[in-house]
Write a protein that binds this ligand. Structure first.
Ligand code: 3PY
Length: 253
């Protein structure tokens, strides 16, 4: 499991969103020399068995599968880790309790839910004598928080300070909606908030990513601010763009 090590070393990692269950898409991912694939079960109708097949395929090729679960549900996170996910992205994160539950599921299996809570002290840490055993069990799994609302932004320090959080993924669409400036990604308010999130994450030694699809320039701009978990576009978005652009040229001839 190399992805977490790269992130812990402050390196950049690159990936795209794969929505297709067809194994041949690995060719495209390989040729782009990507570190990970992002499998989204929040918005894409991928079933559990399909995710498992994709995790096995990409994992065996040394391309880390990172799965977004549909809600911050610890059981779902464990299921995806069992399927072969190397990282879990949890959406709808807005409070410390949710983050503790996610860390519990991602870092400290096989104990979860109530059984895990019994081991946590008031600061959300696992009892020291069990900590090494449990942490070793899942060393290398990535716990990533989707930060995409004003309440999450306002509590960011507390959320990041929960032990075991590795990375943050900024959801630009939902964040812009929450800021009441839908999809205005060049709006000064949007830029100010994203900058603050990026700087805060990097100053606390957490990886941070943001997803854009329309133009690589949006990624490079945020990389200069410190974004190092680069999720660019998706199989379907790239095909859609390229196909329509090329056919526009062909039709004009
Ligand atoms: C958002 O833009 O809100 C996302 O979560 C990206 O997938």
């Amino acid at each position: 499991k190399k992805l977490l090590k790269k992130l812990a070393d402050g390196k950049r990692v690159y990936g795209t969103c794969i929505t297709s269950t067809a194994p041949l898409w690995i060719k495209a991912v390989r040729s782009a020399r990507l570190d990970f694939v992002f499998l989204d079960t929040e918005h894409v109708p991928l079933e559990r068995m399909e995710v498992a097949a994709l995790c096995q395929l990409y994992g065996a090729a040394g391309i880390a599968p990172v799965v977004r679960i549909p809600s911050p549900d610890p059981i779902r996170a464990c299921q995806m880790l069992d399927a072969g996910a190397e990282g879990i992205l949890a959406p709808y994160i807005e409070n410390v309790e949710q983050v503790r539950e996610m860390v519990g599921a991602i870092k400290y299996r096989p104990l979860k839910g109530e059984r895990l809570k019994q081991l946590l002290n008031n600061s959300g840490s696992v009892e020291p004598e069990l900590k090494d055993y449990l942490a070793n069990y899942n060393r290398g799994n990535i716990c990533m928080l989707n930060i995409e609302s004003v309440p999450a932004f306002e509590k960011l320090d507390d959320l990041l300070d929960v032990e075991g959080v590795d990375a943050v993924f900024i959801g630009p669409h939902d964040l812009s909606l929450s800021l009441r400036i839908p999809e205005q990604y060049d709006h000064p308010k949007f830029e100010e908030v994203v900058k603050l999130i990026v700087h805060k994450c990097r100053s606390k030694n957490k990886a941070v990513g943001i997803h854009f699809s329309d133009h690589p320039g949006r990624q490079t701009k945020w990389i200069t601010e410190g974004v190092n978990f680069i999720i660019y576009s998706s199989d379907i978005m790239l095909l859609t763009q390229k196909l329509s652009d090329d056919f526009n040229i062909i039709r004009e001839s």
